[in-house]
Design a protein around this ligand. Structure first.
Ligand SMILES: Cc1cc2nc3c(=O)[nH]c(=O)nc-3n(C[C@H](O)[C@H](O)[C@H](O)COP(=O)(O)OP(=O)(O)OC[C@H]3O[C@@H](n4cnc5c(N)ncnc54)[C@H](O)[C@@H]3O)c2cc1C
Length: 442
């Protein structure tokens, strides 16, 4: 076979981009990669997850974009697998498919009152403040308009991100790339008290010390911590650092004119209260035994709340034609398993392969492992005869966003930011993104 291997990568987040990079930067097997995404823009959670006030982390997009310029890689945005193309269509157009579509679902609390207005998943808030086109603006903005007391369930980095974004002053957020409506709604939100609930102790919390310390340096909010578990010692350096950082806050007290962000451990929500909207959360004190088993003590209290946010993790869902088991696609070192057997030509990388853990860089090693498996299999993969993927999409009335189209979006976001002296402002509206992409901007 004298044509390059055609590989379709589903999802242009970090895992998809690292997979495309590993495929493009090797000489053993000539490869052409189509890098698909359901959004008109690449970068996945680097754009729509990483907190907007973490400018250095968000600048990772600048590194990832180099792969999009590679002549062996074609970005094909605004194409959703399962809607615009089936998995079978992909198999007819590509010799190999790498699924890297992430885990965008929110884990649920599973308690009464969870669906009341004013109760959100962190995914809802994060999508909204990063300008994701699918964010539910009315629901999130209605909840924020009355959010004086906020209860955040979870003590991982995502919970800290959400707490920080809600507690920051308008001046601290002014330079971010958040859409203007997001900045305006956050500035008007009446947030006074934010309580984070961790069901285990501070030594078991999954946040990192850097993120934790940041909470202690907010302009308009004071960080507080309840004393439970703070006297624990740990041999694990990261845990010892966290405990030390928390102990630094032990003598903090609420300050007039400032909001508060309180961390409370050994506490879990058992019910969200309210008739038409959230008014409070029933919190149960928990205990952890020597075998690390968690139990409720039946000792409860009520925390007033206008907004409840569950930040307890992400979960992967089925893609039509590709089922997950326990939130990930069954695989052996990146080779997709169907009914327990390797499915030739199908691969998986990133969160949908290993679950929603790790930092952006973790996906690089992960994608390389998958690509190594693909390249090892390459000689034996049957080559498809199908037409070019983009031609097929166009013949079906789709208007994929290719690299040059995305560049016009990118330029428009820089130009929009410049009008306010910012480096960039995210365009959140799908029609506007499409209009810029296809040269029809109003
Ligand atoms: C709120 C939050 C904050 C984070 N902050 C940090 C941080 O500060 N530092 C850090 O190192 N890591 C951070 N992470 C983790 C990091 O974002 C992930 O490790 C990484 O993004 C996972 O990469 P992925 O490619 O597997 O998934 P994703 O980034 O989710 O990318 C998946 C891509 O697939 C696309 N897609 C989904 N379904 C389809 C479909 N049907 N068809 C086509 N395309 C599809 C999506 O649009 C998306 O672009 C954060 C994560 C979250 C959720």
């Amino acid at each position: 076979m004298d044509r390059p291997l055609r590989v379709a990568v589903v999802g242009a987040g970090p895992a998809g981009i690292y997979a495309a990079e590993a495929l493009a930067n090797q000489d053993d097997v000539p490869v052409l990669v189509d890098l698909l995404d359901r959004l008109p823009t690449p970068f996945g959670l680097v754009r729509h997850g990483i907190a907007p006030d973490h400018l250095k982390m968000r600048a990772l997009a600048e590194t990832l974009r180099h792969t999009l310029d590679h002549p062996g890689v074609r970005f094909v945005g605004d194409v959703e697998v399962g809607r615009d193309l089936s998995v079978a269509d992909l198999r007819a157009h590509a010799d190999a498919v790498v699924f890297t579509h992430g885990s965008s679902g929110a884990r649920r609390l599973g308690i009464e009152g969870e669906d009341l207005p004013g109760s959100l998943a962190a995914t809802d808030l994060v999508a909204w403040y990063t300008g994701h086109p699918d964010a539910d603006r009315p629901r999130v903005e209605a909840a924020l308009a009355r959010a004086r007391d906020v209860v955040l369930v979870g003590v991982g980095n995502v919970a800290l991100d959400v707490a920080r974004v809600l507690a920051r002053s308008p001046a601290e957020l002014e330079h971010t790339d958040m859409p203007q409506h997001v900045l305006d709604v956050l500035a008007a939100a009446p947030v006074e008290r934010i309580t984070l609930l961790g069901r285990r102790g501070p030594a078991q919390a999954t946040f990192t010390t850097q993120e934790l310390r940041e909470l202690g340096h907010l302009e308009a909010a004071v960080a507080l911590v309840d004393p439970d578990g703070l006297d624990e010692e740990s041999e694990v350096r990261a845990v010892a650092r966290n405990l030390a950082a928390l102990r630094d806050w032990a003598d903090h007290v609420p300050e007039a004119g400032k909001a508060s962000v309180r961390l409370r451990f050994f506490a879990r929500p058992v019910r969200v209260l309210g008739d038409d909207a959230v008014t409070g959360v029933v919190v149960e004190r928990t205990a952890v035994d020597t075998a690390d088993r968690l139990s409720g003590t039946r000792e409860t209290d009520v925390l007033p709340a206008d907004l409840v946010v569950a930040a307890i993790g992400y979960v992967g869902h089925d893609l039509p034609g590709l089922a997950v088991d326990g939130g990930t696609v069954p695989n052996a070192g990146g080779r997709v398993l169907r009914d327990g057997a390797i499915s030739p030509g199908e691969y998986v990388a990133g969160w949908i392969k290993r679950g929603p853990t790790g930092v952006v860089g973790t996906n690089k090693h992960d994608a390389r492992e998958t690509v190594a498996a693909l390249l090892e299999d390459a000689a034996g993969l049957p080559r498809v005869e199908g037409p070019d993927l983009v031609e097929t999409l166009r013949s079906r009335g789709c208007h994929p966003v290719l690299l040059e189209n995305w560049r016009t979006i990118d330029e428009a976001e820089h130009a929009l930011g410049a009008t306010k002296g910012r480096a960039r402002t995210t365009i959140h509206d799908r029609d506007t993104l499409r209009a810029h992409a296809h040269g029809m901007q109003r």
